[in-house]
Design a binder for this molecule. Structure first.
Ligand SMILES: *Cc1c(COP(=O)(O)O)cnc(C)c1O
Length: 634
């Protein structure tokens, strides 16, 4: 009976309990809450974060980093391993390393090193730049610094010096050609390296992101190459340095079965290396621990069919079943989980600037005195939607719409007549959609109708800058309003950013079963209507490009205390227009000079006054200094 909309309905509609892992919820007042310690823990209101930020003069769009959630992810990873190890009697320990490439921002790397110290959480570096960053942040002698990626002499020297400084820096050999360089530099500097080998497994995993793993991987050694590396190390008297086996199946592995299969193969290689006489002791499983972006808990590419605990149970179980019969000691485990560690802690917030909607005129438009046949036909179809076969009406409408374009091109109907035809066409489609709602079975051809009729919410952000994977690989992120959740959303929308690019649109949304083409949204009204895109902490921040010269957004890092107070730990102002222009080699100072000369010339020629010149220059210079996104008038 109860038809009244409650916040529980909003929780269900947006699937928040399914994808948020307990970190987000909804208050009785209909605003999104943050629960950094998981469901039911102390909390703060995301809207309060926005209000506090705006009071401090920081505008939307903003990327909010919730440092407490990052800490909780690290804790959850280590505790999940401990529970699994305890349950199965696993003897090795766990040392996670964070791959810097997943989110390279200094404050993220810093936070992981400082909070992660109690778990000896280390770092993974895939390039010289990342190694240089890692050396300055990793202070814990028990944490690992795993070096993947191509290593030249300079890279190797840096890593060896790091080892001398007391950092457990491991060189993972990815290519046979790295061996002579490492051997030569280690001998020259008189430092015994810690070495690992990266194997290219034949096991494959499903999902979008897995091209970097498996057989097609450009990195890693085949079994033939591994044997060759072992022989070379033995000849160089360095086989005793080989301690680690690494593989990386790819990122976002949705199916736990693929994780098990890869591990089975890796364990046999590990055993083989021990049999070859390498001391070993560490098994590094790479990344792949997935995030359940759509909350479906399935093996769909944007999801995962296992929890972190189940992941570690599977890992521990597979290793034990392979090794226990051989008598080889359980290795210490490394995982290079990046996505699962950082995805949850960042939320992108932006305001809706405008809504484009198809006019849903209740009454048909007034036709001219002597209407063209086309208009009469459309009018007749419009009147018949409720009574005639709905598919037939739909086909007629499409036909007349095409006809109107043809007639217009040949000059046979006027601009106004074409507009009337368009108006009636959309009215027919709206009515068709209404009628379809009453049918038990909806034919496939109407699949895209809802999306075609959806409102377009123009939002103050750039997809290319802030959500590159949404554009590049169609990744889905949970998106929802962060307030007004005590009101029933009455519209169905798609999202467009402000780049005016047809690719700058989001038209696919998470759904429990499939993918939704529209998102239920509120009528924005006159106040700010704010949407949040969640789980964007991994891979989104540094891939961004300066499409339409829209730059980095503002960033705030916040922490919550036990009383629900929000502390603004750090604010980073987004790019100004001048910043962005200088990235692409413009010279903002010279640009000001050039406009000033132009204005002065206009004064001389009496086209503007000196006072007007001042106003023009002020507007131009304010524009250069300003945020690249839409700013509200203060
Ligand atoms: C990208 C990458 C990772 C991170 O994988 P996630 O799935 O984000 O955990 C780990 N290891 C290597 C070698 C990588 O290239």
């Amino acid at each position: 009976m109860s038809e009244k909309w409650t916040t529980a309905d909003a929780v269900d509609l947006y699937g928040i309990d399914r994808w948020s892992s307990g970190y987000f919820g909804v208050s009785d007042a209909g605003e999104v809450l943050i629960h950094p310690q998981g469901k039911g823990s102390h909390t703060a209101n995301l809207m309060d974060v926005v209000r506090g930020m705006q009071e401090r003069g920081l505008d939307l769009p903003v990327l909010v980093r919730l440092s407490d959630i990052l800490d909780e992810r690290i804790k959850r990873l280590h505790e999940s391993f401990s529970v699994a190890a305890g349950e199965y009697g696993y003897q090795g320990s766990y040392r996670g390393v964070y791959p810097i490439k997943v989110n390279q921002q200094q404050q993220v790397v810093e936070e992981i090193c400082s909070f992660g110290a109690k778990y000896h959480h280390g770092l993974e570096a895939g390039s010289k730049g990342e190694l240089i960053a890692a050396i300055s942040f990793l202070k814990d002698p028990q944490a690992y610094l795993v070096c993947n990626g191509y290593k030249d002499e300079e890279f190797v020297d840096l890593g060896l010096y790091a080892l001398k400084l007391g950092i457990q820096c491991v060189f993972v050999i990815e290519m046979p050609s790295e061996v002579p360089v490492i051997v030569e530099r280690a001998k020259a500097l008189g430092i015994r390296p810690i070495l690992g080998v990266r194997v290219k497994l034949t096991s494959q995993a499903g999902g979008h992101w897995t091209k970097s793993g498996g057989e097609r991987s450009v990195f890693g050694l085949t079994t033939m190459e591994i044997i060759k590396v072992v022989d070379e190390l033995r000849d160089a008297g360095m086989l005793d340095c080989l301690k680690l086996l690494h593989y990386h199946l790819g990122s976002q592995i949705p199916n736990v079965r693929d994780i098990r299969e890869a591990l089975k193969e890796a364990c046999q290689i590990y055993i083989g290396l021990v049999e070859e006489g390498a001391p070993m002791g560490v098994l590094d499983l790479g990344g792949g621990l997935a995030v359940d972006y759509d909350g479906s808990h399935t093996d769909f590419s944007g999801s995962r069919n296992y929890t972190t605990s189940e992941y570690f149970s599977a890992v521990v179980e597979e290793i034990m079943s392979a090794l226990d019969e051989t008598g080889i000691a359980h290795p210490d485990l490394i995982t290079e989980s990046g996505r699962a560690l950082v995805a949850y802690h960042s939320v992108l917030l932006f305001n809706v600037l405008d809504v484009g909607r198809i006019e849903r005129f209740s009454a048909p438009p007034q036709l001219p005195a002597e209407p063209h046949d086309l208009l009469l036909n459309l009018r007749e179809t419009l009147d018949a939607v409720e009574t005639r076969n709905v598919q037939e009406c739909y086909h007629d409408a499409l036909y007349y719409r095409d006809e109107s374009h043809q007639l217009f091109k040949r000059g046979l109907i006027s601009l106004r007549e074409r507009a009337l035809a368009g108006q009636m066409f959309w009215q027919i489609l709206t009515r068709v959609a209404e009628r379809l709602k009453t049918l038990d079975y909806v034919p496939d051809e109407f699949e895209n109708l809802d999306a075609a009729l959806a409102d377009v919410y123009y939002c103050n952000f750039s997809l290319f800058q802030s959500l590159p994977d949404s554009w590049a690989i169609d990744q889905l992120f949970p998106i929802m309003p962060i307030h007004r959740l005590d009101e029933k959303p009455t519209r169905a929308g798609v999202i467009s950013d402000i780049t005016c690019d047809s690719d700058g649109k989001i038209e696919r949304f998470i759904d429990l079963r499939d993918v939704k083409q529209t998102l239920p949204l509120h009528d924005p009204g006159d106040d700010d209507y704010i949407l949040g895109v969640f789980l964007i902490g991994a891979y989104q921040e540094t891939l961004g490009d300066l499409h339409n010269l829209l730059g980095d957004t503002n960033v705030v890092s916040v922490r919550l205390d036990g009383d629900g107070h929000v502390h603004y730990a750090r604010e980073i102002e987004g790019d100004s227009v001048a910043d962005v222009l200088s990235y692409v080699e413009y010279q903002p100072k010279e640009m000001v000079v050039s406009v000033r000369e132009m204005a002065e010339k206009a004064v001389k020629e009496k086209r503007i006054t000196a006072k007007e010149r001042r106003a023009i220059m002020r507007a131009y210079e304010d524009g250069l200094r300003g945020y690249t996104y839409y700013e509200r008038e203060n």
